[in-house]
Design a protein around this ligand. Structure first.
Ligand SMILES: Cc1cc2nc3c(=O)[nH]c(=O)nc-3n(C[C@H](O)[C@H](O)[C@H](O)COP(=O)(O)O)c2cc1C
Length: 345
């Protein structure tokens, strides 16, 4: 499939890049559960590490055919290195698009003028876009925050990216200094979208189909990019599709949850190795976060070492039923809750 951000139907619905989470295994699960309409963004990789030929980083850019269409995100501060890394990934793995991380707030990334630091230097940011566009015919998008400290910074920054040739911009409606505090400002995203003529995706705090609708209505954006709302919840894209099509948003049965976890862990082992059940525990935490009735199983899920052990615990969870019909209620106490956790028999 050729990805064209200018012609793709709206609203665009996409999985946001998340380091250590949106790896090939998770992207395959999202694709299987949610179908072909969703675009998946792979976690960021360092352009420097790609150029150095770092095996682990190169491995992170491998693509399973089932995942496509995918967008590979890169971070870096040097236009030439970003271009060189883009060319390597394009040649070796042929993703449908590239994305540049200009929003990451973590020290490890911003201290060397990567991620959100680039919002302080529109000239350099534009040069990166231009350099990448010069070496690939795939679309090049950019993911930014509202600003470094001032949430209005994005308003001039977006124009600079568009002039440099960016094909799409995703904006997380918080500043770098805010981190994850406060709320993503969907009104600001709307203001931002009016400053550019390329599509803009709204990001931040979209955990349910209802919040997707609100984010789109408030911002007027061309679509949404969803991060935490998809963790342990790859069904969100299917639910969004149902909501957009005017269909009933189906609850996720416990059987379905367990089946998908079993599939996901097998993809995870395929991608990494047999010992990687330990690194899968982070996904288990998300899959059972706020699931009422799961508490008695959590300690075992958080310490599981092997696939066999995990299968046994999951079968016990299924046999237990976690309270059955009573569990289809909302767990409104959870900060990410709204109505994302449906469990029905
Ligand atoms: C575990 C985790 C890892 C993340 N890694 C990346 C990343 O690699 N690249 C990026 O642009 N944003 C990254 N983000 C930010 C998200 O893509 C997203 O912008 C942010 O979480 C807000 O969206 P949400 O409210 O839907 O979670 C990460 C977020 C989380 C929670």
């Amino acid at each position: 499939m050729k990805l064209n951000w200018a012609t793709i139907p709206h609203p665009i619905i996409a999985l946001s890049p998340m380091a250590d989470m949106t790896d090939s295994a998770f992207c395959r699960v999202v694709r299987q559960v949610s179908g072909p309409g969703v675009i998946v963004f792979r976690e960021m990789v360092s352009s420097e590490a790609i150029i150095r030929g770092n095996d682990k980083t190169l491995g992170m850019t491998e693509i399973h055919e089932e995942e496509r269409p995918i967008v590979q995100q890169l971070f870096g501060s040097e236009p030439e290195k970003m271009a060189e890394a883009t060319a390597i990934i394009d040649r070796d793995h042929n993703p449908e698009g590239f994305d540049i991380n200009m929003g990451c707030p973590v020290y490890k990334v911003v201290h060397s003028f990567n991620g959100a630091s680039l919002m302080k230097d529109a000239g350099r940011a534009g040069a990166i876009v231009q350099a990448m566009k010069a070496v690939t015919n795939k679309p090049v998008s950019v993911k930014i925050r509202a600003g470094w400290e001032d949430p209005k910074e994005c308003l001039s920054f977006g124009k600079a990216l568009e002039e440099a040739g960016a094909d799409l911009i995703t904006i997380h409606g918080r500043t770098k200094m805010q981190g994850y505090t406060g709320q993503s400002d969907w009104n600001l995203i709307g203001e931002f979208a009016k400053t550019v003529s390329i599509p803009v995706l709204a990001n931040g705090d979209i955990y349910t189909p209802q919040l997707m609708t609100e984010a789109l209505e408030t911002s007027g954006a061309a679509g949404v990019l969803i991060a935490r709302g998809a963790l342990g919840n790859p069904w969100i894209f299917k639910q969004i599709e149902d909501q957009l099509a005017g269909r009933e948003v189906e609850p996720i049965s416990l059987q379905e949850r367990i089946d998908v976890i079993k599939q996901h862990v097998r993809f995870h082992i395929d991608q990494f190795d047999q010992g990687s059940v330990r690194t899968f525990r982070k996904h288990l935490s998300w899959y059972f976060r706020s699931v009422p009735g799961a508490k008695p199983f959590k300690a075992r899920l958080h310490t599981v070492d092997t696939l066999e052990e995990l299968d046994i615990v999951l079968d016990e969870v299924l046999a237990d039923g976690l309270g059955g019909e009573a569990l289809s209620r909302r767990d409104a106490s959870h900060p990410l809750a709204a109505d994302r956790w449906f469990i029905a028999k």
